[in-house]
Design a protein around this ligand. Structure first.
Ligand SMILES: [Zn+2]
Ligand SMILES: [Zn+2]
Length: 265
């Protein structure tokens, strides 16, 4: 099994040494762990939650030394990159020519609102505002599944984190269909992210309904814990695999130097 979504303390909200992450991955019986910390942003965008541009060299060194430290586990080199329209050029320029195995794209802001930050949840929990946030969130997700550059979509329905479910409207249904269709067309994979089980919503990202739809449309999957500490590595993966099987999946995708392979459960 693989865990393709983990963080390091460089992002300022994770803990644990590289050795502890490796030990946790081995104890969980993984054969691959992907390190996918939040990408640096040269102009200082959202700087409280990410490494600095100067720390990026150090990050590469940490992942490389993790890879060298064990032959029992493949260590994959990645980043979780926020999709922020019109600001992507400097990010791509700052990480160009890096030997990534894959890149994860994510959305944590609907324009200026950090909707998944607990300090801001009350401001968008009214029905009207919530609907706007979900629609804008999915429009942004559609922006990068249509735009290329990433191998994996992170935590597909993240705005549900505090239990705020998407409205059941035709517009939301249409948007999720469009995103998944774009992902299938552009060979972008969706992760099953178990961090949702550790949040108030207590549900894997994505929901079973979205996962069934993804299967129907032909979107492959990976697995990620979104671990911000070693104890979270591969957390609840038995549940994630059970969910994938229930929704019709019998395989998942792995990446090495951005080349994909399909593995059966
Ligand atoms: Zn994220
Ligand atoms: Zn993450």
């Amino acid at each position: 099994m693989i865990d393709y979504h983990t963080h390091t303390p460089l992002c300022k909200h994770a803990e644990g040494t590289p050795e502890e992450f490796i030990a946790a991955a081995l104890a969980a019986g993984l054969n691959e762990i992907g390190v996918s910390d939040h990408a640096p942003w040269p102009s200082g965008y959202d700087s409280a939650f990410r490494m600095t541009a100067e720390e990026f060299r150090e990050y590469h060194g940490i992942v490389a030394s993790m890879a060298k430290s064990t032959s029992d586990l493949k260590v994959r080199y990645s980043l979780e990159i926020d999709w922020v329209p019109r600001e992507m050029d400097e990010v791509w320029a700052s990480v160009a020519d890096e030997p990534f195995d894959y890149l994860i794209g994510s959305v944590h802001y609907t324009d200026d609102l950090p909707f998944d930050n607990p300090d801001h949840q009350t401001v968008w929990m009214t029905a009207e505002r919530s609907s706007e946030v979900w629609i804008r969130y999915y429009e942004l997700l559609l922006g990068f599944t249509g735009g290329g550059g990433f191998e994996i979509i992170a935590h597909f329905d993240l705005p549900k984190k505090f239990g705020n479910r998407p409205p059941e409207t035709d517009e939301i249904d249409r948007l999720t269909t469009e995103i998944l269709t774009a992902a299938a067309d552009n060979h972008i994979v969706m992760e099953l992210n178990t961090a949702g089980l550790r949040k108030p919503v207590a549900e894997i990202y994505p929901s079973p309904d979205i996962l069934r739809k993804a299967k129907k449309i032909g979107v492959p999957i990976t697995f990620g814990s979104d671990a911000h500490s070693p104890v979270e590595v591969a957390a609840n993966f038995a549940e994630a695999v059970a969910l994938a099987k229930e929704c019709g999946y019998d395989s998942y995708t792995t990446f090495e130097t951005r080349v994909r392979k399909t593995e059966r459960f």
